[in-house]
Design a protein around this ligand. Structure first.
Ligand SMILES: Nc1ncnc2c1ncn2[C@@H]1O[C@H](COP(=O)(O)OP(=O)(O)OP(=O)(O)O)[C@@H](O)[C@H]1O
Length: 604
């Protein structure tokens, strides 16, 4: 278990009030506001109907019951039944009205989150645990939907019902009404204290769900390592620690909820009891009719639910506010840096009449990872390198010297700290990303395949017009003949949900993806590391054909890969230490000779 899973670092957003947090959902609610308000109005009518029943009871007790008129009693009973049925039907209608728009709101929140995740820079994904992002897209959004469907409406509906109820109560007997109003102040104080405490634990619980998701995800993806190293017990222990921590937080939430629930239930009950005693005395003294007392008490009892529910409605709103904060923590992250305006740089750098060289040019490139500790030295320092048009340059260096980092700068996965990179004379910082990424193709050391067919995985590197001819060519270059033997050939599903492939097979598909679509610039990060020497030789022979009219930067660890290249650059501690042919560097650079001799030894 990684330490980061146990104690993840999270950017902390500024604290906002519940209402301000929830107001950020308004743009998503706007399109469905008419239907939503109609549903709320229907719910208010339904809820207020329940307040009419006590008035019917008053009429029955003081009228037909006192006069011994069975016909009148039946009429009253039918009226109560009719009111009950109407209330139920209206609540059903409300539910129907909100179901569709609220799922649409959830879907658009989820789609926007996904879109944002795709557009956020790689540096953001380096920083954030994937479980935290997953839990935002699942648990948090479900909490938001539940809030929109239920508490958002019912906090309003219950508020209106309680107000209307008090008007009815005060109109029937203002002194008894005032007795029932007494608990309002302690209830408001209790609820605000509850809200403050609950907001802290709700945030903790939701973050801990994210941590737990991260651990589950890591264990599932790394199941081979977990099993291979017999780590299942310690992994399970680490999981239990997090699960226990979450359970503790959930228990604290439950305790707070139980306390507010008990408080909200008891205080009004005490007031109703006091009103009952006072009312009975008034009836005995002849100051109040029995019907009025019955109506008063039934109204007070009808208001119990709207008042008591406030506790958990507030709790759900608090959780929704936390979910909204967590959602916007991601949505507020700055997207990839915008492309620079071409004129600004060109004017300052290029002398008039001087044409920038073609191919790939690294000019004074310095790079420090955005999440590197302050004051740490940059990974790349003043790199100057020119890969001529059509040339293949191998990048060699000790492990950790910055090779992968340098290759990641060409498709602009990270923004340079200083300097610039030119492709055929054009600064990549000024190129629209879409164009840049259509010019540059990459194959990373870690070949990632998606849950899709071989065909889709390979052709995602080519334009939409690419067809079977392109697919066959790319598979040939990568020597991926094994595809024909897969159960459904190129239509076979691979990736996490599909057929498992060997490391070398995955690497060849990743290479096929990189060469499909004839990129002008090819960046390969040790693309043949998982292949046996014979397959490597075959891939290299085919690759040489492709590389003939492509400008390529190839990270190489083995002499065989180096031999693919026209020239070699040696990267040492973030600087280009030497550039030349393989033979030249073997003669002139002790470090290069040492790196290559190690590789030869490793092969033997
Ligand atoms: N996302 C990141 N954030 C901070 N530092 C990083 C990040 N990725 C890599 N580094 C650091 O940058 C340095 C160079 O890493 P890089 O992966 O470029 O080396 P490399 O030469 O490709 O190594 P190898 O041959 O082992 O693949 C290392 O010290 C590494 O710890």
């Amino acid at each position: 278990m990684s330490a980061s899973a146990l104690a993840p670092s999270r950017p902390v957003a500024p604290k906002r009030s519940v209402v301000r947090s929830l107001l950020r959902l308004w743009p998503y609610l706007r399109p469905v506001r008419v239907r939503f308000c109609t549903a709320a109005f229907v719910a208010v009518v339904a809820s207020c109907l329940s307040l009419v029943i006590p008035l019917v009871l008053k009429w029955m007790v003081d009228g037909p019951v006192a006069a011994g008129d069975p016909g009148g009693v039946w009429l009253g009973a039918l009226a109560v039944l009719g009111l009950g049925v109407a209330e139920a039907l209206l609540f059903g209608l409300r539910r129907w009205l909100v179901a569709r728009p609220m799922t649409a709101v959830e879907a658009s929140l989820r789609a926007d989150l996904y879109r944002r995740l795709q557009r956020l820079p790689v540096a953001f994904h380096d920083r954030w645990a994937s479980g935290q992002l997953l839990s935002r897209g699942t648990t948090d959004l479900s909490l938001l939907r539940m809030f929109l469907v239920f508490p958002l409406t019912f906090l309003f509906v219950n508020g209106v019902t309680v107000l209307a109820g008090f008007v009815v109560l005060l109109a029937q007997d203002w002194s008894l009404g005032l007795v029932l109003l007494l608990p309002v102040v302690p209830l408001i104080v209790g609820c605000s204290l509850f809200e403050t405490r609950y907001s802290k634990v709700a945030r903790q619980a939701q973050d801990q769900v994210g941590d737990l998701t991260t651990v589950v995800e890591e264990s599932v993806l790394g199941i081979r390592v977990v099993k291979g190293f017999g780590r299942h017990r310690s992994q399970a222990r680490a999981f239990r620690v997090l699960a226990e921590r979450l359970r503790g937080t959930e228990l604290r939430k439950a305790r707070l909820l139980a306390a507010i629930w008990a408080f909200i239930t008891t205080v009004p009950e005490l007031a109703i009891g006091a009103a009952l005693v006072l009312g009975t005395v008034q009836v005995a003294d002849g100051d109040l009719s029995a019907g009025t007392l019955v109506a008063f008490l039934s109204t007070a009892l009808a208001l119990r639910w709207p008042v008591e529910s406030i506790g958990f409605l507030l709790a759900m709103s608090q959780e929704a506010a936390t979910a909204t904060e967590r959602y916007f923590e991601v949505m507020d992250q700055p997207e990839e840096v915008a492309d620079r305006a071409p004129a600004a740089v060109a004017a300052g750098r290029e002398a008039p009449g001087r044409k920038a060289p073609g191919g790939v040019v690294f000019e004074g490139v310095t790079f420090r990872y955005p999440d590197a500790p302050p004051g740490s030295p940059p990974v790349l320092r003043g790199v100057d390198l020119h890969i001529r048009p059509g040339e293949t340059l191998a990048l060699v260096g000790a492990t950790g010297s910055g090779k992968t980092t340098l290759t990641a700068l060409v498709p602009r996965l990270y923004e340079l700290t200083e300097g610039r990179v030119l492709l055929d004379g054009e600064d990549i910082a000024e190129m629209p990303r879409e164009r840049l990424r259509s010019l540059v193709s990459v194959a990373f050391e870690e070949p990632t395949l998606f849950s899709a067919s071989v065909r889709d995985n390979v052709l995602m590197g080519a334009g939409p017009e690419a067809g079977d001819v392109e697919l066959r060519r790319a598979l040939d270059v990568a020597q991926a003949g094994f595809v024909a033997d897969l159960p459904q050939g190129a239509a076979t599903e691979v990736g996490e949900q599909g057929l498992s492939l060997s490391g070398g097979q995955r690497q060849r598909l990743a290479l096929a993806r990189a060469v499909a679509g004839h990129p002008r610039f090819l960046v390969l990060d040790d693309p043949l590391s998982a292949l046996d020497v014979h397959t490597e030789a075959l891939v290299e022979a085919a690759l040489r054909e492709v590389l003939r009219d492509t400008t390529a930067l190839v990270v190489a660890h083995r002499p065989s890969t180096v031999l693919l290249a026209d020239r070699v650059a040696l990267l040492s501690e973030g600087r280009i230490a030497a550039v030349g042919t393989h033979q030249e560097l073997l003669r002139t650079s002790a470090e290069y000779a040492w790196l290559m001799s190690g590789a030869e030894d490793g092969k033997r």
